[in-house]
Design a binder for this molecule. Structure first.
Ligand code: DI6
Ligand code: FE
Length: 397
């Protein structure tokens, strides 16, 4: 297929947005075969179907690199409580929070989990998302974690989207192990990691390093097990307080470190050296009315790539719009509109360890979004407006 009469934000190359104006793009066998000036289309490209995009903009398909899309129930009641003064931590300590979603998820069948996840996913696809990461972590027992992982794995059978599945059994300590984090690791998290990896259900391993969850020393045990299975790691770190998770994740060459509100300039240096992407989650920052900003300038100064994701989850970020996330990244964190777009394309792909997407270049997967806009900065600018014209997954419109 040949796409004609378009402008392309390749997100690669030196020009702002890697922009290529008055361009054409040739897709062959699900990959980008050629792109360039409208006047220079190769002869072979003219033999297949052509689609005139009417001067619209093409970007890489959007990538949501941090979600908890699969879960049971919702936490609207807790939202109400927080608005009358209870803090996220207080609610978690009182058995609400992640643990209330745990109960609802344990009670949900695989079919129910799938249906609820697809409803949220469809909102993402409608905004041009072509790859999504999904974490487990609301089961916290063998059976339910496996159910969550299987649910996430089967999503591509139901929708045209790629799913990266992340094992997050180290998300919270379940009530049956209250006060015994290490025993939970020994009896559930570590053996189940081996089992689920053997079943091909895991692409990466994550954890929540926080005073209401796991310490850096405990996360080290999880990462050592992941390393032994050759699974890449990532971490929820320094979200509510500074726990040293970022330095640990960098030591293990983490694909990404996520949240990072309380990270330091030294953490940014460690991430730069490890090549870890900083995944910023403005939806959680907004929902929790956080005031501590992640160290943006330190990330820029150290050369840490920054991604943006919804963190779609029932508690701290009931957000399923990656476009709104871009706007929040710009308005709340002062990312430039170009950084925001790189954060949901090029750098989001890096945060997932995927090198075949996230930019538009020959050989890359033809995962594209076509937008009714006159400049790519409009994607971060608007609030609650969806200018998607077409989504292209593996070269299929
Ligand atoms: N940090 C978060 O923001 C989510 N998980 C995590 O480790 C919140 C999960 C929840 O509140 O359900
Ligand atoms: Fe999260």
């Amino acid at each position: 297929m040949l796409l004609t009469n378009c402008h392309i934000a390749t997100m690669a190359g030196p020009a702002p947005y890697g922009a290529l104006c008055d361009a054409a793009l040739w897709i062959k066998e699900g990959r980008v075969q050629w792109l360039g000036n409208a006047g220079g289309v190769p002869e072979a490209a003219r033999s297949g179907p052509m689609t005139d995009l009417g001067g619209r903009w093409v970007t890489p398909g959007l990538i949501d690199c941090h979600t908890h899309l699969v879960f049971g129930g919702n936490r609207a009641q807790e939202f109400e409580l927080r608005l009358t003064g209870a803090s996220y931590e207080e609610i978690a300590r009182a058995g609400g929070g992640i643990l209330s979603t745990l109960t609802a998820t344990r009670q949900a069948s695989e079919a129910e989990l799938l249906q609820a996840a697809l409803t949220r996913l469809d909102a993402m696809l409608a905004e041009g998302v072509t790859t999504v990461e999904i974490k487990s972590g609301y089961g916290l027992d063998r059976e339910t974690e496996l159910r969550m992982l299987r649910t996430a794995r089967q999503i591509p059978d139901h929708r045209d989207v790629d799913v990266q599945v992340t094992y997050l059994a180290a998300h919270a300590i379940p009530p049956e192990f209250a006060g015994q984090g290490d025993a939970y690791l020994d009896e559930v998290v570590l053996p189940l990691m081996t089992e689920a990896a053997g079943l091909g259900l895991i692409d990466a391993v994550d954890g929540f390093c926080e005073n209401i969850a796991f310490s850096a020393a405990q996360m080290r045990r999880v990462f050592e097990a992941a390393q032994a299975l050759s699974l890449p790691v990532k971490l929820h770190a320094e979200q509510l307080s500074h726990q040293g998770g970022t330095a640990l994740a960098a030591e293990f060459g983490a694909l990404s470190v996520d949240h990072l509100e309380y990270a330091t300039a030294a953490d940014a240096q460690a991430m730069a050296q490890a090549g870890s992407v900083a995944v910023l989650l403005p939806g959680a920052f907004y929902t929790l009315r956080e005031t501590q900003l992640p160290p943006l300038q330190a990330f820029r100064a150290a050369g840490v790539d920054m991604a943006l994701a919804t963190d779609c989850n029932p508690g701290s970020s009931p957000l399923s719009s990656l476009l709104l996330t871009m706007n929040m990244g710009a308005t709340l964190f002062q990312l430039t509109p170009e950084e925001a777009l790189a954060g949901v394309t090029r750098n989001a792909a890096r945060a997932l360890g995927l090198s075949d997407r996230g930019v538009i270049a020959p050989g890359q997967r033809a995962d594209l979004a076509v937008w009714d806009i006159t400049h790519p900065r409009e994607l971060a600018y608007r609030i609650g407006f969806n200018p998607l014209y077409k989504r292209i997954k593996n070269g299929v419109l």
